[in-house]
Design a protein around this ligand. Structure first.
Ligand SMILES: [Zn+2]
Length: 203
């Protein structure tokens, strides 16, 4: 009797699905897909000449360098100032088996006193990654903890791997904007995010 006839086809494919879910729940990953928000004609949040899209790209590049220096393979969804649609970002992420996805954004609100960091997740499998990233960022920079939050943002809802979206502070807040304009601050944020990813992997 060969295995194929012993196990009905349905049972075999169910076993494959269970195996795939097991892999997705593990904190091991092979690749970090870094997604700098906005780009090209999409500036994101803007205050004077401070554009969110530039801050996102620079912070993402610093995160990429940090992770590479720790031997982690990275992929950037964009690596200069051009437009890339949300489905394209998701398609890039879903091409890599055993990946995690980290979208980098800066925040904006009309309430000019609001400042601080927040990290979003959609699926339960992404919540631990969000928690490690948020906690590690707050160990690196002094600002408000706005929390780890659930939201159905397109890029973290449609990626199949653990996926988070990080909001690195408010372009609309005077003090936070002055800090985010400086390289040392974006470096601290990038190292915080990177350390969160390393802690997630080794937990
Ligand atoms: Zn954004």
């Amino acid at each position: 009797m060969n295995l194929k006839s012993f196990f009905p086809r349905v049972a075999l494919s169910a076993a494959v699905v269970l195996l795939a879910q097991g892999v997705a729940n593990a904190t091991y990953f092979r690749t970090v897909v870094i997604d700098p928000g906005h780009g090209g004609h999409d500036n994101g949040g803007q205050w004077g000449r401070v554009y969110e899209k530039h801050l996102c790209l620079d912070t993402a590049a610093r995160l990429e360098a940090y992770l590479k220096s720790h031997g982690i393979r990275t992929v950037m969804t964009r690596n200069s100032d051009y437009f890339i649609s949300l489905p394209e970002r998701v398609n890039i992420a879903n091409r890599y088996p055993g990946a995690i996805f980290v979208a980098i954004h800066y925040n904006y609100t009309w309430k000019q006193e609001v400042a601080g960091l927040e990290t979003y997740f959609t699926t339960p499998q992404s919540q631990p990654l969000a928690a490690f990233v948020q906690d590690s960022m707050l160990r690196h920079v002094r600002t408000n903890d706005r929390g780890v939050k659930f939201a159905r943002f397109y890029v973290i809802r449609n990626t199949t791997c653990p996926a988070v979206l990080v909001e690195c502070g408010f372009v609309s807040q005077d003090l936070e904007r002055e800090r985010m304009k400086q390289g040392w601050y974006r470096q601290s944020l990038a190292e915080g995010i990177g350390q969160g990813i390393l802690r997630y992997r080794s937990n």
